[in-house]
Design a protein around this ligand. Structure first.
Ligand code: NDP
Length: 310
């Protein structure tokens, strides 16, 4: 019998995801009825994105799991009507995209590329950057994305420190945890990459006191979530020159309002939440595999821990 899968995401996503999902489900051997509209009581699985119309999961009485299309789950994990397993997106297309974006932006700042790209003014600026081995980079968050980025930066030669909630042992990376670990991770960070999920514990993690721990002139690269940073504190630190530059992909309000001070700030680069987009072809395979597992009564992959919120 076919399983009923509700595609509960913004309608424009349907055009992008329908064919990849149908192909992936067929390859996974799952006979499925996939639709943007099904009677709630007939739905077996919900493929979900936060801007979906579905906010109340109560009517989905036989649904076995909600399968989030994005890696971040802050918009759904706290929904009190959600009482079935929630899986998030962990996918090699998403990971590869993030590694490319993070290494690109770290190299931009490490090499001081801006001076040459914007400085075609007849001045022979022969400033030699240090080798990567002499550039300490810290990655906050060592999960699917943070670890891959830390390892890619390490492979380029950077001196990488990583910080996570639980202690880790990753070859070549100085792994820290806990409050004291965070202080040490910030004190050395000439370039700081934020790849933490947004939870009650991580909101405003980068506040005035923690920004003050960074070396003067440090660069912040944030593809994690906007509210990880206290915006006013960051603007003050940028104005004071304590933070040399912030490359920000994510914001408290998205799209970032046109009059937001970040747009015009000379030390800020804004990118429009493009660090890594979920890739339909590879993401569809992850969704299909989880549905196959659900039907085979095997454990779901990438389940969100509702207690930690990620
Ligand atoms: P994971 O859940 O795999 O990893 C999260 C990491 O953060 C883990 O290492 C975890 O520690 C650590 N962490 C969580 N809470 C804390 C805490 N309170 N203190 C210290 N460390 C903590 O997530 P992903 O790597 O897959 O994704 C990270 C985030 O990236 C997403 O939540 C999303 O917000 C963002 N993202 C942004 C995209 C973009 O285009 N801009 C695209 C995709 C994701 P531990 O290992 O101990 O559990």
């Amino acid at each position: 019998m076919a399983v009923n899968i509700l595609f509960a995401a913004h309608p424009e996503r349907w055009d992008t995801y329908q064919a990849p999902l149908e192909t992936a489900l067929s390859k996974a051997g799952v006979a499925a009825r996939l639709s943007t509209s099904l009677p709630a009581e007939e739905v077996d699985y919900i493929v979900y994105a936060p801007n979906s119309e579905v906010q109340d999961f109560t009517p989905f009485t036989r649904a076995r799991a909600v399968l989030n299309l994005w890696a971040g789950v802050e918009d759904v994990v706290g929904n009190p009507t959600l009482r079935i397993p929630l899986a998030r997106m962990v996918d090699h297309g998403l990971t590869q995209g993030m590694m490319e974006w993070v290494t690109g932006h770290v190299l931009r700042h490490h090499l001081g590329m801006d001076a040459h790209i914007h400085g075609q003014d007849g001045v022979w600026r022969k400033t030699i950057p240090p080798l990567a081995q002499d550039r300490p980079v810290t990655v906050l968050g060592l999960g699917a994305l943070g670890r891959a980025c830390a390892e890619a930066l390490r492979a380029l030669g950077f001196a990488v420190t990583g910080w996570s909630r639980s202690p880790k042992d990753i070859p070549g990376i100085n792994c820290l945890a806990g409050d004291a670990g965070l202080r040490d991770a910030l004190r050395t960070a000439e370039i700081l990459v934020l790849l933490l999920p947004l939870t009650a514990q991580t909101e405003n993690l980068l506040n005035t006191a923690r920004l003050a721990l960074l070396p003067r002139g440090a660069v912040i690269v944030n593809p994690g979530r906007g509210p990880l940073i206290d915006d006013d504190a960051l603007l003050d630190a940028l104005d004071a020159g304590h933070v040399g530059h912030a490359t920000l992909d994510v914001f408290r309000v998205e799209p970032l309002p046109p009059d937001h001070p970040y747009w015009a700030h000379p030390r800020v680069t804004v990118t429009p939440h493009i660090a890594s987009e979920t890739r339909p072809d590879t993401a569809a395979q992850v969704i299909a595999e989880n549905i196959r597992r659900g039907e085979a009564r095997e454990p779901f992959l990438h389940l969100v821990d509702r207690k930690t919120g990620y």
